[in-house]
Design a protein around this ligand. Structure first.
Ligand SMILES: Cc1cc2nc3c(=O)[nH]c(=O)nc-3n(C[C@H](O)[C@H](O)[C@H](O)COP(=O)(O)O)c2cc1C
Length: 309
């Protein structure tokens, strides 16, 4: 438990346990430039009048634009828009270059792809420590039939509904539903059911899921660069750096080659050894010892065949 002065990294890690959606907020600067940034701090405020809020760090290049903008658009991203989220979270690039968008009647750049778009008129801006809290009155809603993107524990996820007891009962009696023969459906269900059990064991061992993913990727005494680790752990850059710093402090991993690669220490390998054993036992029990290697080979082939460049 954290008491007294709150450690910034611990605070960020704790906050990251609160799952959110992901938005891209866009506005037009006074000089006519298009501005946009990824924000997960979006939330509802009031029904009447219809108000929403989000917060922008004062250190963002676009902070002043959003603070003074009369109008802006908040786009709730779809589950296929991770790349767009990363693009609008990258500083110092032309975020709109190659992005599919147009300007609305107020000149606000609006993205053509999203799950929901809220067109807002500035209602109030409050100071909130190192952020501006921006409250907008919603003037128009454009909702598409798209599954939303989720962000939790520093990684993107999708909205997989949790089944109620009733739907579980129904499921066991249901036979021959076409969805049962979809690979994606079975992968999602198998992943959720198996990871619930396995992740409980990870947390019991005192590691967060991001820390486990990093140490697991370094297990076997390999050294990996940041991009490789990001691909394997599904973490965004900031969460990856935070988790690595925490692991380093505990002596579980180390930076090499001027900080460009990371490797696990003996202590780090030791810390996850039993989780590997536990995971393998769980997988063998779920799949059957003989079929497990075949299934893993087939899934590795799927990963290879569907990897983007
Ligand atoms: C998933 C995600 C959510 C984010 N949420 C926020 C947020 O709510 N507020 C914020 O100020 N920055 C947030 N950021 C970081 C900004 O998007 C990023 O720093 C952005 O580049 C700042 O805008 P700038 O390019 O104008 O400096 C988030 C980043 C990611 C990846």
């Amino acid at each position: 438990m954290t008491q007294g002065a709150i450690d910034a990294r611990e605070f960020r890690t704790a906050l990251s346990c609160f799952a959110t959606g992901v938005t891209v907020v866009t506005a037009r600067a006074a000089n006519g430039e298009d501005c946009g940034m990824t924000a997960s701090s979006f939330n509802s405020v009031s029904m009447d009048p219809p108000l929403v809020l989000w917060s922008v760090t004062k250190s963002a290049n676009s902070a002043d634009v959003f603070r003074h903008a009369e109008r802006y658009a908040i786009h709730v991203l779809g589950s296929d828009q991770q790349d767009l989220s990363n693009r609008f979270a990258t500083r110092g690039i032309d975020k709109f270059d190659g992005t599919d968008y147009q300007r609305d009647e107020h000149g606000v750049p609006v993205l053509n792809q999203h799950a929901v778009r809220f067109d807002c008129k500035q209602w109030a801006v409050y100071e909130g420590g190192d952020h501006w809290i921006v409250v907008g009155e919603v003037c128009r809603i454009d909702r598409r039939n798209k599954e939303s993107l989720v962000f939790c524990e520093g990684a993107y996820a999708t909205t997989n509904p949790i089944r109620t007891t009733n739907s579980r009962d129904q499921d066991t009696t249901e036979t021959g539903s076409p969805v049962d023969r979809l690979l994606l459906y079975n992968l999602a269900r198998a992943y959720r059911q198996m990871s619930q059990q396995f992740h409980a064991g990870v947390r019991d061992s005192g590691l967060s899921i991001p820390q486990w993913r990093i140490l697991a990727s370094l297990y076997g005494k390999v050294s990996r660069n940041m991009q490789d680790l990001q691909d394997r752990t599904f973490l965004d850059g900031e969460s990856l750096s935070d988790s690595i710093a925490g692991l380093q402090q505990e002596g579980l991993c180390q930076l090499n080659d001027n900080g460009s690669t990371v490797s696990g220490t003996d202590q780090g390998h030791e810390r996850v050894r039993h989780l590997f054993e536990h995971g393998q036992q769980q997988e063998q029990a779920a799949v059957g010892e003989n079929s497990l290697n075949d299934l893993i080979d087939q899934l590795a082939e799927v990963v290879k065949n569907t990897q983007s460049e």
